[in-house]
Design a protein around this ligand. Structure first.
Ligand SMILES: [Zn+2]
Length: 180
């Protein structure tokens, strides 16, 4: 398939979907002691996405890739990204990637994460994984009401081993008015 065929196919495909954007989320890089994100690699990804978007615009394709990251949010709601790196992004997902086997109520932890001003979306909120861990417990109506109040979204992660939020929790989130 040549380039003109690709452009024409993409334009035709866009007639069948409502979405006009997709997010390309950088993932944290893991070293021995912590999870961190290399600002240089993030900036490089941003430049490559800008080039892709410029090509779409030049070809008349009404589609845009968002510069995004899924960053760690720690138990107190803080993150390890600096404001400059985050300022260049269109969409910031915050996710818990540690202390995922605690059994006590984690409502405060969720509220703290949602109140982190950098976070737009709480990713795979329950942190459950089939066959590995049951995920966190919280007062879900309260958590999702907080998300709705703050205008934050909660992710529906459709990865088969996550399915997080699942249908039951997504229903609670919808009732609370949270976007997903
Ligand atoms: Zn994650």
């Amino acid at each position: 398939m040549n380039r003109q065929d690709q452009i024409s196919l993409l334009k035709r495909l866009l007639n069948y979907v409502d979405t006009r954007t997709t997010a390309m989320a950088a993932r944290p890089w893991r070293n021995e002691v912590s999870v961190y994100t290399d600002p240089e690699r993030l900036a490089d990804q941003g430049r490559r996405i800008e080039a892709i978007n410029a090509r779409y615009a030049g070809d008349g394709i009404p589609f845009r890739v968002l510069r995004s990251i899924e960053m760690d949010v720690f138990i107190d709601g803080s993150c390890d990204m600096d404001d400059d790196a985050l300022a260049g992004l269109d969409l910031v997902l915050g996710a818990f990637h540690s202390k995922l086997r605690v059994t006590e109520d984690s409502t405060e932890r969720y509220v703290a994460a949602l109140r982190n001003p950098a976070v737009h979306v709480l990713a795979h909120p329950k942190a459950r994984m089939y066959g590995r861990r049951v995920g966190l417990e919280a007062d879900w109506p309260q958590v999702f009401a907080e998300a709705a109040t703050l205008g934050k979204a909660v992710e529906l992660d459709g990865t088969p081993y996550r399915q997080d939020l699942n249908v039951e929790m997504a229903t609670i989130a919808r009732k609370a008015g949270a976007d997903s």
